[in-house]
Design a protein around this ligand. Structure first.
Ligand code: C5P
Length: 236
């Protein structure tokens, strides 16, 4: 069960770096204390599967954050490909609908090394007026819970949720539904461009199974020290 994980296993570090060499250096600095790295669309578009292999070669796991959103057949193909890379987690947009999600789940389940499949509900960069622009009239919170529920019914293993939504989703969905929460800032850290943030400890208390942390670790002089501090903060 995710919620029984040790603190060190709950930390996902976002590898938002600009080259494979920078990624190599960061993984080297953080291993073996950090066990999961997030490879996003920037690094993956630049380096492809080499970025994933780099993490695996260092004995860590990968959350492949590419947020697939396309017709069901194409998304299923992409999930199958991600599974072949041996990633631990991969995500898709819940707005793609239940048929798309079910096909993605089927693709993940038929793979030898089945990745955890997560849904993205409403992007945290969108506010009420932005979702109104694309024709969604419901309140953001209702939309998020409703999409998370649809994801669960379609067989997803969990969702990526902002600190604002973590508690709400945990309250409305069962305990075994994984919640991965970015927008984490340890006490006293820079917020950067994140508007709504939570401390590692508060996010875990609100129901997050995993937290995603980028700049508060990767853009400090001592990334390993920062990671260790966050793990300790979760344990306290
Ligand atoms: O540097 P920072 O800790 O803000 O990095 C957070 C990571 O999580 C980034 O890779 C960002 O793209 C990602 N993310 C996020 N908010 C979401 C989904 C993903 O910050 N809602």
């Amino acid at each position: 069960m995710p919620q029984d994980l040790k603190a060190a296993e709950k930390l996902i570090v976002a590898l938002d770096v600009r080259s494979l060499d920078e990624a190599k250096e960061m993984i080297r600095k953080l291993s073996p204390d950090v066990r999961i790295f997030k490879v996003g669309m920037g690094l993956f578009t630049l380096c492809g599967p080499d970025a994933v292999a780099l993490v695996h070669d260092n004995g860590a796991r990968v959350f492949l954050d590419l947020k697939f959103h396309d017709i069901p057949n194409t998304v299923a193909h992409a999930v199958r490909s991600a599974a072949k890379l041996g990633v631990f987690m991969v995500n898709i947009h819940a707005l793609g609908g239940s048929e798309m999600m079910m096909k993605a789940v089927e693709a993940a389940r038929e793979s030898e090394k089945r990745p955890k499949l997560l849904g993205v509900t409403v992007l945290t960069s969108m506010d009420q007026s932005a979702i109104g622009e694309v024709g969604i009239e419901r309140k953001i919170e209702e939309e998020v819970v409703s999409l998370a529920r649809l994801g669960k019914e379609s067989g997803l293993d969990g969702v990526v949720a902002s600190p604002n939504e973590t508690g709400l989703i945990r309250k409305n969905l069962s305990k075994d539904f994984i919640i991965v929460t970015p927008g984490i800032r340890p006490t006293g850290a820079e917020k950067n461009d994140q508007k709504r943030v939570m401390t590692p400890k508060d996010a875990i208390m609100a129901g997050a199974d995993y937290i995603v942390v980028g700049r508060p670790i990767t853009e400090t002089k001592d990334p390993l020290g920062a990671a260790k501090k966050i793990i300790k903060e979760m344990e306290s």
